[in-house]
Structure formats: C-alpha cells, structure tokens
Design a protein around this ligand. Structure first.
Ligand code: IMP
Length: 181
C-alpha cells in the first residue's frame, strides 16, 4: 500500500524539550564520573541518539557505540532470535550501558536484544526509548527512560521510517494511505 504524510503527532519543539529532560534524568542517575556507554540501535534511533548525547554535559564520561539488529521470525511472530547485522565495536563487560531505541511496539526485538547484551556482562544495562506504543506490547520490557507514550498509529520522522522513507523529518508524523485513483 502507498502512504502519504498526515498530521504532526509530536512537534520538533516538544521532542527537543523532552530530549533535554531525559538527558537531565540520565545525568542525575549516572553521575559525571562513571563511564557510560550509549548504544544506539540502527537505523531508527540514530537521530534521537545524536540529539540526546549533545544534551549531556561536556565533562561527562560518555562513549557511543551502534548496533544493527533484526528479530527473526515469520511475518507475525518473532522467533526469539536476534540477528546481528552490525555488532558493537567495543566490549561492554563491566560497563554501564544505556540502549537507545526509537520505538517499542510488541517489545520482542528489544527483549531479545537485552538478553543478548546481558550475556556480555555489563555492570548495568538500561533502556531509553523515544516512543512507547504500550497498547501493542506482547512481552514486558522495563523502560528506564521514555520520551512519549503514543497511541497505536504508525508514525514516521525523527529517525522512524516507512519502507526506509521519512527518517529525516524534524517532527513525528502519522501517515495515511493514498486513495486509489
Ligand atoms: P517490536 O519488536 O515489535 O517492539 O518492534 C520495534 C520496531 O518496529 C521498531 O524498532 C521499529 O523499527 C518498528 N516500528 C514499530 N512501530 C513503528 C512505527 O509506528 N513507525 C516506524 N517503525 C515502527
């Protein structure tokens, strides 16, 4: 089906102010001295992560790493296996880690990913998501930092895509099907 952009669900101003608040929460919880590894899940979390880290104080001990994963399964059900397309560059053993994700929907991808990362023995492992589509959750995932709870509507922009498109939008928008002519 073909889609077009519809309404703004979350404006750039609201995103920017929430990103600042989340950064402040992270500083409060982590302190300035302990090394903090921020792990971005590609590609969706890239825009959020780059804004978030620039709200952290200059003298905070922050490292950034990225991972690209997909949850294996058939069309509707995830099998419990996470396929890694691109792994972290550095070991997270003994490190304080925050995983940054764009949106949690069923929660399957994130819960599989967290199990995988826990097996690498970080000192702590937290989760920061921009959007939480809670009504669609199939498995419980603890979200330590969350930008916004959103209704069950497909959204794009600020890193989120439909078929690879619209990640570059400054606002988060809904999409609607293009009427067949
Ligand atoms: P989950 O395993 O069902 O939680 O899937 C999470 C992934 O689904 C996210 O990382 C997104 O890639 C994708 N996703 C879920 N809802 C949306 C949406 O509204 N817009 C764009 N991507 C979405």
């Amino acid at each position: 089906m073909e889609y077009k952009l519809d309404k703004i669900m979350i404006s750039r101003e609201k995103i920017a102010s929430r990103v600042r608040e989340i950064a402040a929460e992270i500083v409060k919880d982590n302190g300035m001295n302990d090394e903090l590894v921020i792990v971005g899940i590609l590609t969706g979390a890239a825009v959020f992560l780059t804004d978030l880290v620039r709200e952290l104080p200059e003298d905070m001990n922050v490292k950034i790493d990225f991972m690209s994963v997909a949850s294996y399964g058939n069309d509707t059900k995830s099998s419990g296996v996470v396929r890694i397309y691109h792994d972290l560059k550095n070991s997270i053993e003994g490190k304080n880690v925050i995983v940054v994700e764009d949106i949690v929907d069923s929660g399957l991808t994130l819960s599989h990913l967290l199990k995988l990362l826990e097996g690498r023995h970080p000192s702590s492992l937290k989760v920061c998501v921009l959007l939480d589509k809670y009504s669609r959750r199939e498995t419980e995932v603890k979200l330590d930092y969350c930008g916004f709870q959103v209704p069950d509507e497909f959204v794009v922009g600020y890193g989120l895509d439909y078929a690879g498109r619209w990640r570059h939008l400054k606002d988060i928008k809904t999409v609607v099907p293009v009427e067949a002519k």
